[in-house]
Design a protein around this ligand. Structure first.
Ligand SMILES: NC(=O)c1ccc[n+]([C@@H]2O[C@H](COP(=O)([O-])OP(=O)(O)OC[C@H]3O[C@@H](n4cnc5c(N)ncnc54)[C@H](O)[C@@H]3O)[C@@H](O)[C@H]2O)c1
Length: 275
């Protein structure tokens, strides 16, 4: 129960990493306020009910985290319901378009940056007054391996995830004096997302994509041919690509009192991938 008595706000919790974090935080004793762009009934059915059945406390909201008024409403609602916010996990992120800059509209560029970066600014801006008042807080942002290396034909995503690291380091420096830590997690790409990405790139480049062969190669652990730095996975030390649970365990550590002096860092949970 490393988060007993804490209140955590987690964005994008309808599935994926944020769902795993919400469930793990609740298991560790935190009351969780979760939001997603999905209708609130769906969020409750998909995630909220599981948390309640396991004995956790959960508040579900429908929020578009790129919209300032909706973010403020989410924070006000959480404060009114749970009384405070100790932990903010900014997990929402979209993959954005697979296109080169010269093929991309300004609207496509902006949508990725709005959702992946503006949301961080808006959520932190809305939650920080409470953390500053308490002289305590933990903020966890989601970057990616793509926060540290390029991803061809995906400039908005790569720019946003590199931006998450810049935002994290700068905010960490600004709020350290209030005993607030700010860190980023860089998860590994799980297999289905990697396949989606490679398929989109093949379509965009008018190339064939042998999905079965690609998956077989990953399974056969020939993944050094696909992505650099897979040695540990190839020799079976760690799970290939890791997954949301590793990121969720890291999030618990960063949200707990176990990490008082860790701030401004970007932690890889890529299952042996070394970024
Ligand atoms: N999945 C991966 O392989 C991977 C790898 C590296 C980094 N990441 C990062 O981890 C984070 C989580 O990724 P994931 O794959 O688990 O996500 P996901 O795509 O599985 O889920 C994202 C959730 O966010 C919600 N959402 C989308 N736009 C929203 C908005 N404007 N407001 C509120 N909710 C919104 C969606 O409805 C969805 O439930 C992202 O920031 C992503 O960039 C993921």
């Amino acid at each position: 129960m490393r988060l007993e008595g804490k209140v955590a706000l987690i964005t994008g919790a309808g599935r994926g990493h944020a769902e795993a974090i919400a469930k793990r935080f609740a298991k560790e004793g935190a009351s969780v306020s979760i939001c997603d762009i999905l209708p609130v009934g769906e969020l409750e059915n998909q995630v909220g009910t599981d948390i309640e059945k396991a004995g956790g406390k959960v508040l579900c909201s429908q929020t578009d985290v790129s919209k300032e008024d909706q973010v403020q409403e989410l924070v006000d609602h959480t404060m009114a319901h749970f009384g405070t916010i100790d932990i903010l996990a900014n997990v929402v992120g979209i993959a954005g378009p697979t296109k080169d800059v010269w093929d991309m509209s300004l609207a496509e560029w902006k949508q990725t940056l709005d959702i992946n970066l503006d949301s961080l600014f808006l959520c932190c801006k809305a939650v920080l007054p409470e953390m500053i008042r308490k002289r305590s807080g933990k903020i966890i942002n989601f970057s990616s391996g793509t926060g540290k290396q390029p991803l061809s034909h995906r400039t908005p995503y790569a720019t946003s995830k590199m931006g998450v690291i810049g935002f994290t380091r700068t905010l960490a420096a600004d709020v350290g004096r209030y005993n607030i830590t700010v860190n980023a997690i860089c998860p590994g790409g799980h297999e289905d997302r990697t396949v989606e990405l490679i398929r989109a790139r093949a379509e965009y480049m008018n190339k064939d994509f042998d999905e079965e062969g690609f998956r077989r190669n990953l399974t056969a652990k020939n993944s050094n041919q696909v992505l650099a730095g897979r040695w540990c996975a190839d020799e079976d030390y760690v799970d290939k690509g890791s997954g949301p649970d590793d990121a969720a365990r890291m999030a618990v550590f960063l949200a707990s009192e176990d990490s008082p002096n860790i701030t401004g860092q970007d932690m890889n949970t890529g299952g042996g991938v070394m970024w």
